[in-house]
Design a protein around this ligand. Structure first.
Ligand SMILES: Nc1ncnc2c1ncn2[C@@H]1O[C@H](COP(=O)(O)OP(=O)(O)OP(=O)(O)O)[C@@H](O)[C@H]1O
Ligand SMILES: N[C@@H](CCO)C(=O)O
Length: 320
């Protein structure tokens, strides 16, 4: 169930008219997604995704939508938000903030192979280059301050070996966060949640193209290799063991570095940032598990998966 706000054809048409688009020819609720209400909308001008934001306030949205517009304007496969006559990207529908973005073709890939991760690695590197002149700034809201607080809560839910892993990793990451070597790494606006379900591929099997990446609502300012670590930890992981798959990781990194070669310090710190990324999603999943926002709407994702990813990253660090 992903439609929390019912949008009528008349409401959709009124918004489309404000955005210089013809009336809707089809308005189809999107079943997947848990944060927001999404509809696929067809007009004479093209295909769109209408999002009604259920949690984020209007004043929080410009950073995310401007980042998407910036990346799209730089030729990245990111859906461009449709502006109104005054250039605004945040609209209102049924009293809630809303946005209309281009609909990408294709479908997500659950079990990516070397071909898929290479395409993604190249696009990720291009995104990191393209934000050099992105003027807005927002910290990563799932960064060190959030981690410390979430880590405190999580201590109460864990015992034994997981509790010890968490305690040690929080201490390790705190030391890392204070290190001048980390502060000196290249950084900028990053996606920070580019999992397999936030990218679509289109085309014949074996020859798919990456049609685009979306869901920028955890984006913020962070190190580029943190973003790379988030991606490695999802796209290149053996889902049963939590270990990094060397062939996929090498393919992703090679494609990334063909566009944006990593500095020596980035290569050295990538294993530590993989640990930071695994910890971030272990903590957010623990929080969703133990403090569900709305038990009826949210099926929490398995926290133990990221405990395994973290344990592997600690015990068997992978160096590019
Ligand atoms: N620009 C787009 N083009 C094509 N499909 C899209 C686009 N944006 C979203 N979708 C589709 O809508 C679904 C829900 O989108 P999204 O993942 O942003 O949902 P959400 O509820 O906002 O977030 P979450 O994934 O965190 O639950 C996606 O799985 C995808 O199928
Ligand atoms: N990608 C996240 C959910 C959205 O932040 C996870 O898999 O835990």
């Amino acid at each position: 169930m992903a439609v929390y706000t019912q949008v009528s054809p008349d409401q959709a048409d009124a918004l489309l008219a404000r955005l210089g688009l013809g009336p809707q020819q089809a308005l189809v609720p999107v079943a997947s997604g848990i944060e927001n209400t999404n509809y696929f909308v067809s007009t004479a001008e093209g295909e769109w995704v209408l999002t009604v934001f259920e949690r984020l306030a209007a004043e929080q949205l410009p950073y995310y939508l401007r980042l998407m517009a910036h990346l799209a304007a730089h030729g990245l496969p990111v859906p461009a938000p449709r502006p109104d006559a005054s250039g605004g990207l945040v609209h209102t529908l049924a009293g809630k903030p809303a946005a209309l973005v281009e609909r990408l073709p294709g479908a997500p890939v659950d079990a990516p192979d070397i071909h898929h991760v290479a395409l993604l690695g190249s696009v990720l590197a291009r995104m990191h280059l393209a934000v050099a002149d992105f003027a807005m700034h927002q910290p990563n809201l799932r960064g060190p301050a959030w981690r410390a607080e979430a880590g405190q809560h999580a201590q109460a839910w864990l015992q034994g070996a997981p509790a010890e892993l968490l305690r040690a990793e929080l201490a390790f990451q705190q030391t890392l966060a204070d290190a001048p070597a980390l502060a000196a790494l290249p950084q900028g606006a990053v996606h920070a949640d580019l999992f397999r379900d936030n990218a679509l591929f289109d085309g014949a099997p074996g020859q798919e193209q990456l049609s685009g990446v979306f869901d920028f609502y955890f984006a913020g300012h962070d190190h580029f290799i943190y973003d790379l670590a988030v991606v490695l930890n999802d796209w290149c992981i053996d889902l049963d063991s939590g270990a990094l798959d060397d062939a996929r990781a090498q393919a992703l990194l090679q494609a990334y570095q063909a566009v944006r070669p990593l500095q020596g310090a980035e290569q050295r710190l990538l294993p530590a940032l993989r640990r930071a990324a695994a910890l971030r999603f272990w903590l957010s999943r623990l929080d969703d598990w133990h403090r569900p926002r709305d038990a009826q709407l949210l099926t929490p994702k398995d926290p133990a998966h990221f405990e395994r990813v973290l344990r592997h990253a600690v015990d068997q660090p992978w160096h590019p």
